[in-house]
Ligand binder design. Structure first.
Ligand SMILES: [Zn+2]
Length: 97
């Protein structure tokens, strides 16, 4: 699905419905199109809200078994703890990768 934010649907829907109402009866079709867009926007908001709730739940479950020292590696020469993304040991200057 294309990543169009829900508020964009709401905005377009409200705009189309409003404009078609102002123009007149010949544009009632567009009024319904606007309503459909409003519905899609609301549905997207709801789905996004529900998905976010699920994500935070699964994240909490995943965080517990994860080791806190995941981003730490040890220098092969002096055994001091270095950050995972460092190229050189901060203590002895040995190349880490
Ligand atoms: Zn070192």
């Amino acid at each position: 699905m294309a990543k169009i934010p829900a508020f964009a649907y709401l905005l377009v829907g409200a705009l189309v419905a409003y404009v078609s109402l102002r123009i007149g009866e010949t544009f009632t079709f567009f009024f319904y199109v606007g309503l459909v867009f409003l519905g899609i926007g609301l549905a997207k908001l709801l789905i996004g809200f529900l998905l976010r709730k699920k994500e935070t739940k699964t994240e909490k479950k995943l965080e517990q078994p994860a080791k806190p020292a995941n981003h730490i590696r040890y220098c092969p020469r002096c055994r001091s703890a270095c950050r995972m993304f460092d190229y050189f040991c901060w203590r002895c200057g040995t190349r880490l990768r």
